[in-house]
Write a protein that binds this ligand. Structure first.
Ligand code: SAM
Length: 244
């Protein structure tokens, strides 16, 4: 069937490719990907060979228009280097243009580092806000964290090893008490999830900045200073004092 197929790929462990993904990858006409070498490796692992078209952050209006024309006649898969396309990865404009052109668009869900980190962290997940990558520059990073400070939800960020400690230090200043989780190398051999206050984690990782890919999570502000818990306790205590 012609159309656009958004296919999630593994974030480390190749076992995480879904059966449906393998089926669609084996039957599609072409694959649009960020890096042909990375996707080439995945295909080789699956014993497949398909035309690979480069579609990355630098793609322009014309590249998209060509792809959308192709999708009207052919089954075109969109993948990113790892995980779910469009999640801090290219694809949103392509999907928007495909939909506008009346192309059939299907999503094949699968691995996503943000969700894997969230489920592993033990932080409340009834409400969470995915905020993508933190800005590289100190001031911009601080501004973004301050902007998010009042949001009553677990915050989820993508982070890189070399920048982790700096981000944790800034978080320690803004949120000394909120619970933070560092989820690293998810689905891989050295998967790790460490929780604590931002200051503790900054001290831990400051000694040896971690390698690899990281999801950085911050628990909701209600957990912060224990004020809300104290109030609840007081209410409870008053309740028990009430004459029945
Ligand atoms: N689209 C991808 C997804 O669905 O997770 C994310 C792509 S984004 C360009 C790459 C970032 O995702 C990394 O810098 C890291 O923050 C996070 N990430 C990807 N794989 C990871 C893993 N195995 N463990 C922890 N974080 C990972």
């Amino acid at each position: 069937e012609p159309g656009l197929y958004i296919v999630a790929t593994p974030i480390g462990n190749l076992g995480d490719v879904t059966m449906r993904a393998v089926d669609v990858l084996s039957r599609c006409d072409a694959i649009a990907c960020e890096d042909t070498r990375v996707t080439g490796k995945l295909l080789k692992h699956l014993g497949l060979s398909k035309p690979l078209w480069r579609y990355d952050d630098h793609a322009g209006e014309n590249d998209r228009a060509r792809l959308v024309v192709a999708m009207q006649e052919q089954a075109v898969v969109l993948v990113s280097d790892a995980g779910t396309p469009l999640v801090s990865d290219p694809g949103y404009r392509l999907v928007r243009d495909a939909r506008a052109a009346g192309v059939s668009v299907t999503s094949l869900p699968g691995a996503c580092a943000a969700i894997a980190g969230l489920t592993l962290s033990g932080l409340p997940n009834d409400r969470f806000l995915f905020a993508g990558f933190l800005p590289v520059k100190d001031k911009a990073r601080r501004d973004m964290l301050e902007e998010l400070a009042g949001i009553d939800a677990t915050l989820v960020f993508y982070e890189t090893g070399p920048r982790l400690v700096k981000s944790l230090e800034t978080m320690a200043e803004i949120w000394p008490y909120r619970e933070v989780a560092v989820a690293r190398e998810l689905t891989k051999l050295h998967e790790e999830c460490r929780t604590g206050a931002a200051g503790e984690l900054a001290a831990h990782y400051g000694e040896r900045p971690p390698k690899g890919e990281i999801v950085l999570l911050v628990g909701p502000p209600a957990e912060e200073a224990g004020e809300i818990d104290a109030e609840a306790l007081l209410r409870q205590a008053l309740e028990t004092l009430k004459p029945s």
